[in-house]
Design a protein around this ligand. Structure first.
Ligand SMILES: O=C(O)c1ccccc1NCC(=O)[C@H](O)[C@H](O)COP(=O)(O)O
Length: 219
């Protein structure tokens, strides 16, 4: 049995944070990106993070944010991780790691084999990679779009750091995604929502149950 590290991203209410924690997720993601329907204010994030502390790792998701912005999040929310979901170069990750002492996750958009080349640049500085679908043309947000990619592109990759799979994962496809990608981390957002940005406690529970039952794959 392989434990799948499971992150639910874009939580923004007490009810759905509680549901994710009670269902046993490993990581909870808070989105700091005003264009996103999942964006949370610093004060709301601080409260949600306090609910999660000690129960799941807290991930602060940012997109090309400057150092002052990261410092404010660090000071008020105290996340365990920063997730960089923009076009941040590896050097920016290294600076953030030293300045803030958090673990660093780097999201990379994947649509074809050429996108895998970026992995070696980032795995030297990131503690974890998030291999996500590229945003569809016209989307305002670089992640959280509910679209999938060809998971088999990842099969057999010689990764130096742990990696999570993201992009359109739901309770029906997540077992196939785990099997085809070979990854042991899963991240989801859209599939546990009733509409963009509105998480649902029941959908969270169903998704977590699907991931936990997929943990027996190959064992
Ligand atoms: O979720 C957002 O609104 C978001 C906004 C800006 C950058 C990244 C964002 N989400 C990143 C995530 O980690 C999502 O969970 C991941 O892309 C999977 O999303 P989905 O396809 O909706 O399951």
């Amino acid at each position: 049995m392989t434990h799948i590290t499971l992150k639910i991203c874009g939580l923004s209410t007490e009810e759905t944070m509680r549901a994710a924690l009670e269902a046993g997720v490993d990581m909870v993601g808070l989105v700091f990106f005003p264009k996103s329907p999942r964006h949370v204010s610093l004060s709301a994030a601080a409260h949600l993070a306090d609910m999660a502390r000690g129960k799941a790792e807290i991930v602060a998701l940012t997109v090309n944010m400057d150092l002052d912005g990261l410092s404010r999040i660090k000071e008020l929310v105290a996340p365990d991780w920063f997730q960089f979901h923009g076009s941040e170069p590896p050097e920016a990750l290294a600076v953030a790691k030293v300045m803030h002492g958090t673990k660093i996750m780097k999201a990379l958009g994947i649509s074809g084999p050429e996108d895998l080349e970026k992995i070696s640049l980032y795995e030297q500085v990131a503690d974890r990679l998030l291999l996500d679908a590229k945003a569809p043309e016209g989307s305002d947000i670089p992640g959280g779009n509910g679209v999938t990619f060809d998971w088999s592109l990842l099969k057999g990759l010689d990764l130096k750091k742990p990696a999570m799979l993201a992009g359109g994962l739901n309770a029906s496809n997540v077992a196939d995604a785990i099997r085809e990608s070979g990854l042991t981390g899963i991240d989801a957002s859209s599939a546990v929502e009733t509409e963009k940005g509105v998480k649902d406690a029941g959908l969270i529970r169903d998704f977590v149950a699907a991931v936990r039952s997929a943990e027996t794959i190959g064992s």
